[in-house]
Ligand binder design. Structure first.
Ligand SMILES: [Zn+2]
Length: 279
């Protein structure tokens, strides 16, 4: 009996290993992307992601493919009595996948579950920064991103963000930027960059820009980025990403080096998404 169990465990490990191999994962994802995109999903995206209609046909095609993979691989859980709807899932997937628009080949690999609360929520537990947890402190809790498994969002806040694409605030973009930052296991404002040679420039630009924001905010100097970015370098990266997607012209005008780094990292230029993002 013990031998049979041992053999079954070994077979199970081998099967999991095969299914997780990069080639099979890619094949599986390509098959998912080739499925017809449900018209109801498109309608939800057009209603909730204003920037969608500004994307090029090729960008739209890629985004829809990413959304299909995202929805196939991630689990959504309603909290505090919330019933998760298709509208919620597609809206969150669409915003999150904007960050992946130009193929990175990864779909937030550490993330398995997205927890959705109906409104802002309160968490009584003590959050230890030493365990690589990014703690949210603005207003009440609007969202959180954990290095392991989970990301938490407030649907009320997401709806507000969908109606204000140009204000520089987007909780989904913010929390998923944390996921990118945390892909290497640490939340420090340094995501995995394409080349090893990219890190010194990234560090120099981000440090300079972070220090400038930390200088300007207490002195009430008008800034393009929200003051929440002064919390720490991880929050700076998340806030800079929100600004990059929602206020690209202002960011490029006032912080060209920062814009260039984000443009290079995300491999896209939101300024081209013209009208809706014009300041
Ligand atoms: Zn944050």
């Amino acid at each position: 009996m013990v031998e049979i169990i041992a053999v079954l465990i070994i077979i199970g490990v081998i099967v999991i290993g095969i299914l997780a191999s990069p080639i099979l994962v890619k094949q599986r994802r390509n098959a998912i992307k080739s499925r017809p995109f449900p018209p109801i999903w498109t309608a939800i995206i057009e209603n909730h992601l204003p920037i969608y209609l500004q994307l090029s046909p090729d960008e739209r095609r890629r985004l829809l493919g990413h959304i299909q993979v995202f929805l196939a691989e991630k689990q959504f859980i309603g909290c505090a009595g919330l019933q998760v709807t298709l509208e919620m899932k597609v809206t969150i997937a669409a915003m999150a996948c904007l960050l992946l628009l130009n193929e990175r080949g990864k779909y937030f690999p550490k993330l398995r579950s997205i927890l959705i609360y109906p409104t802002t929520y309160f968490v009584s537990q003590t959050v230890a920064k030493g365990n690589y947890v990014v703690e949210e402190r603005r207003d009440a809790r609007l969202g959180e991103s954990w290095t392991q498994d989970q990301l938490i969002l407030s649907w009320e806040q997401i709806k507000k963000d969908t109606n204000n694409w140009q204000d520089g605030h987007n909780v989904v973009v913010h929390e998923f930027a944390h996921q990118l930052d945390q892909e290497d296991g640490t939340a420090n404002g340094v995501p995995i960059l394409p080349l090893h040679a990219d890190y010194p420039v990234w560090a120099q630009v981000m440090t300079t820009e972070y220090e400038k924001l930390c200088h300007d905010i207490p002195r009430k100097i008008k800034t393009v980025m929200d003051g929440y970015g002064t919390t720490n370098p991880a929050e700076f990266f998340a806030v800079a990403t929100e600004t990059f997607y929602e206020k690209p012209r202002q960011l490029q005008q006032h912080h060209p080096e920062l814009y260039q780094q984000l443009q290079r990292y995300y491999q896209l230029d939101p300024i081209h998404w013209n009208d809706l993002t014009s300041d």
